[in-house]
Design a protein around this ligand. Structure first.
Ligand SMILES: NC(=O)C1=CN([C@@H]2O[C@H](COP(=O)(O)OP(=O)(O)OC[C@H]3O[C@@H](n4cnc5c(N)ncnc54)[C@H](OP(=O)(O)O)[C@@H]3O)[C@@H](O)[C@H]2O)C=CC1
Ligand SMILES: N[C@@H](CCC(=O)OP(=O)(O)O)C(=O)O
Length: 427
């Protein structure tokens, strides 16, 4: 946290303790079990209206965060993520409305049967309760997460980045207004004001209050979670994403996919970080890198540097790095086996892609590459809740239990057994 952010918090006296805040959120989560889906959907529409009404204040708060960010020397990527311009603001509001339109998931019977003794058994979809989220400095995540949680009848505690605190609080105020207009307690969506690291550790230990913590971030956050969290969590970790360009593939298609995955938004977790190229197409594909990856710094192995003349030497560290920038590590491989072996060694289990014309290679890649998403002949940038039809995502899970990949409404629920009898007793 930068020094200015600390001052900002210190001037905000008399903050209730985190446990007090969490206790109010927990109570609010019970209210959500008493209202129906239509009321929750109406609350989302009210949230969108209030966001729109508060646009000027929210964008002003964002300018203030950006100014503080500039003074604390945030990187270009961090500044880009923090920026909420007019277009991004409207996309954020549209996202809330898109989630509102999604079908109801709460109360859905995912499985139902009657036993020979006449007992009726159902598995019914239910909310998790209170969701906690620690997330990066992208302010739209505040609205996305709030919308998904309200729609799925979860209360949510949002611990965003200190870099975005003013914007998050302004968004949170508008959302609370929307909830209250719709007759729901504002505490259903609570932006945590304390953005200190100590506060984050306390947040990870809110047992009895947080039912599921979703940490979105890089290795430092994930380490802190592993060391300190005592609440159950679903890790949404960093994306060291690869694209493998196979022999015999459509080279023009491969160029478009690689350029999109690297350049369209390099600062996000589903952007490509390493390119693996089959040796049979290395000359043809890599010789054209300066034109289709203009502005991208290439760090390549010896073979790559034969074709990309201004490429720097790639180190082992480069292959392990999520650059989140206009930098790409490149390696020429002998075959699919070598590509898969490289991915197994360096992947963070987020998103991995192959460009190929060979059906068998595609099938092998789908089966043998262990990641939350495997992509064939498309950009890794599609691994996004909105793009995959979930309306939005609360994060992209890189772990295997409970949920994997972009987490939408279903991932914010679990099932409970509902057993109905007629005076049945067990003998
Ligand atoms: N899989 C997914 O869904 C997503 C993955 N990511 C990944 O996140 C990273 C980019 O975001 P970036 O802003 O750099 O992420 P960081 O990991 O630096 O920050 C994310 C959040 O974690 C907090 N945090 C970071 N380190 C610690 C720590 N040691 N203890 C407690 N809290 C901590 C930050 O607080 P503060 O900023 O106040 O320091 C922030 O709120 C990339 O690796 C990207 O791939 C991002 C979003 C989604
Ligand atoms: N949802 C994003 C990607 C996932 C994400 O949250 O990325 P990040 O900007 O690293 O926080 C998108 O593709 O637009």
């Amino acid at each position: 946290m930068g020094p200015d952010a600390k001052l900002f918090l210190m001037s905000d006296t008399a903050l209730p303790s985190l446990t007090e805040v969490a206790s109010r959120v927990k109570s609010a989560s019970y209210v959500l079990t008493e209202v129906n889906g239509e009321q929750r959907t109406e609350a989302l529409r009210a949230m969108a209206r209030c966001l729109e009404r508060s646009k000027t204040e929210i964008l002003k708060a964002n300018i203030s965060d950006l100014e503080r960010g500039r003074r604390s020397d945030l990187t270009k990527t961090q500044m880009d993520r923090l920026t909420l311009n007019d277009q991004r603001f409207e996309a954020m509001v549209a996202g809330v409305l898109e989630v509102a339109r999604l079908p109801e998931v709460v109360g859905q019977v995912v499985k139902g049967y009657t036993l020979p003794n006449g007992l009726s058994v159902q598995q019914m979809r239910v909310p998790l309760g209170v969701v906690g989220i620690v997330y990066e400095n992208r302010p739209n995540v505040t609205a996305d997460a709030a919308a998904l949680c309200v729609k799925s009848a979860n209360a949510v505690m949002l611990r965003g980045s200190s870099q975005a605190i003013e914007t998050n609080l302004a968004i949170g105020d508008a959302i609370v207004q929307g909830l209250e207009d719709a007759g729901l307690p504002g505490e259903v969506v609570t932006v945590v004001r304390d953005t200190t690291r100590d506060g984050a550790i306390e947040f990870m230990r809110l047992n009895g209050y947080i039912d599921c913590l979703i940490p979105r971030g890089g290795p430092a956050l994930i380490r802190a979670i592993r060391e300190s969290a005592t609440v159950p969590y679903v890790l949404d970790g960093d994306g060291n994403c690869h694209i493998y360009v196979d022999k015999g593939c459509d080279i023009e298609m491969a160029k478009k996919i690689v350029a999109n995955a690297k350049v369209q938004r390099p600062g996000v977790c589903n952007a490509a970080e390493t390119l693996l190229v089959h040796e049979a197409v290395a000359r043809e594909f890599l010789s054209d890198v300066p034109s289709f990856l203009r502005g991208v710094e290439i760090r390549g192995d010896d073979e790559t540097r034969r074709y990309v003349l201004d490429a720097m030497v790639a180190t082992e560290d480069d292959f392990a790095t999520e650059f989140l920038d206009m930098v790409l590590a490149v390696r020429v491989v002998k075959d699919l086996d070598e590509a898969i072996a490289h991915i197994r060694r360096f992947s963070t289990g987020h998103s991995e892609a192959i460009v190929t014309n060979d059906r068998q290679a595609a099938e092998r890649f789908k089966r043998e590459v262990d990641a939350a998403a495997v992509v064939v002949n498309a950009s890794t940038r599609f691994v996004d809740g909105n793009q995959l039809g979930l309306g939005a995502e609360i994060g992209i899970s890189t772990q295997k239990l409970h949920a994997r990949g972009p987490m939408g409404l279903e991932a914010l629920t679990n099932v409970k057994y509902v057993i109905e009898g007629n005076g049945h007793i067990r003998t």
